[in-house]
Design a protein around this ligand. Structure first.
Ligand code: SF4
Length: 366
């Protein structure tokens, strides 16, 4: 009997399971997508508006910065009204950690090493978080690595990031607190991937993946997709945040697309469009953009093929739920492999959109 085919992706690495409010993080839960608001947290309405946009784009967990007492004062309303779990991002000040827990935040991002340096309340934080069912993220970052490790390693190497994370974890574990996940972020995907690989071998902590300061949208998307793809294909990673110098909704779209591309999140709209070439008899770029824009709000999984000519066109269009193969100023419209009609070139987009919506309604009714 032929051997069963090997799965392309490794199985998820087994981790302990934690909760960030209603969202499970760990190997028993799907990989989740996070982002962070860019509004001042004190501007409650704008922050909630942005959270609603992130939620609509597919964000599972949102983080808000909490650098001042005014921000901490805004947390109760934001935590109460947000449709997705809220994590308060705190550096140094333990009093804001307690405020965030009291405010009903689902999680806190804080490094116990920082707290310990200024005011050793790590045990109190561990107790307060445990009593409230709040989880924590330890966020080790190349840009703020402990001086001791910088001196030992000379720079933020994968080994330095891993050692820092293990030390931070031990500060909670010695207080019998285990509900935390860890990130070890670096702006270089190769260093970052190695750091996560090393850390994954050291314990069963759930891991939050991130390439820090990944850059503007194009570069940051490539860096994040490359690094996350490498790690997730090895089963490493339980929640992801794409960091872009771009609006956070873009981060969520990229994160969702990475998970969809790896088969780790159900696919929604997938446009299969050809790159065009000298045979193209239609403006494929414009056609693909117009169809993508027209179908962007579709919530059902749909594969739509947009092909520039009749060479590969009919074949690809037949493989999709819906498609067009263009040529001679016309477009052959395919649904589930059958040509349903041929329309003039200027009617291709509206016909595809109408057919997609009709198929979506049928799917919704099933
Ligand atoms: Fe070129 Fe036609 Fe292939 Fe598009 S489908 S890349 S136009 S051969």
């Amino acid at each position: 009997m032929p051997a069963a085919p090997q799965p392309v992706l490794s199985p998820r690495r087994r981790t302990r399971q934690i909760r960030v409010g209603s969202v499970g993080v760990g190997s028993d839960s799907p990989v989740s997508v996070q982002s962070m608001t860019t509004t001042p947290t004190t501007d409650i309405n704008s922050t909630l508006q942005q959270i609603a946009e992130l939620n609509a784009a597919g964000c599972d967990i949102v983080r808000v910065a909490c650098p001042s007492q005014d921000d901490a004062d805004a947390l109760p309303i934001i935590a109460m009204k947000s449709p997705i779990p809220v994590i308060a991002d705190i550096h140094f000040q333990p009093k804001y950690v307690f405020a965030a827990i009291d405010a009903g935040c689902a999680g806190v991002r804080v490094n116990p090493g920082n707290i310990r340096k200024f005011d050793d309340q790590v045990g109190d934080i561990a107790k307060a978080a445990k009593d409230a069912g709040v989880s924590i993220r330890i966020g080790v970052n190349a840009g703020s690595l402990d001086r001791r490790l910088m001196e030992k390693y000379g720079k933020a190497t994968p080994e330095a990031l891993m050692e820092s994370a293990k030390w931070e974890a031990s500060l909670f574990e010695e207080h019998d607190f285990h509900d935390f996940k860890i990130s070890v972020k670096h702006n270089d995907p190769v260093t970052m991937v190695r750091a996560y690989q090393l850390l994954a071998a050291e314990g069963d902590w759930p891991l939050h993946l991130g390439v820090t300061e990944a850059g503007p949208a194009f570069q940051g998307t490539i860096k994040s997709a490359t690094a996350f793809g490498a790690l997730l294909s090895q089963g490493i990673g339980d929640t992801i945040r794409v960091s872009l110098s771009a609006p956070p909704v873009e981060e969520v779209k990229v994160g969702s697309q990475i998970l969809q591309s790896l088969g780790l999140r159900p696919k929604k709209l997938e446009i299969v469009s050809c790159p065009s070439c000298g045979r193209a008899q239609v403006d494929v770029y414009k056609l693909a953009d117009d169809v993508t824009e027209g179908l962007k709000d579709l919530t059902v999984p749909l594969r739509v093929a947009v092909m520039g000519c009749v060479v590969n066109g009919p074949g690809e269009a037949r493989e999709a739920d819906l498609g067009v193969a263009s040529g001679n100023g016309k477009g052959q419209i395919f649904v589930k492999g059958e040509v349903i009609r041929t329309v003039a070139e200027d009617q291709i987009v509206e016909t595809l959109i109408a057919e997609a919506n009709r198929i979506a309604e049928e799917m919704d009714a099933e």
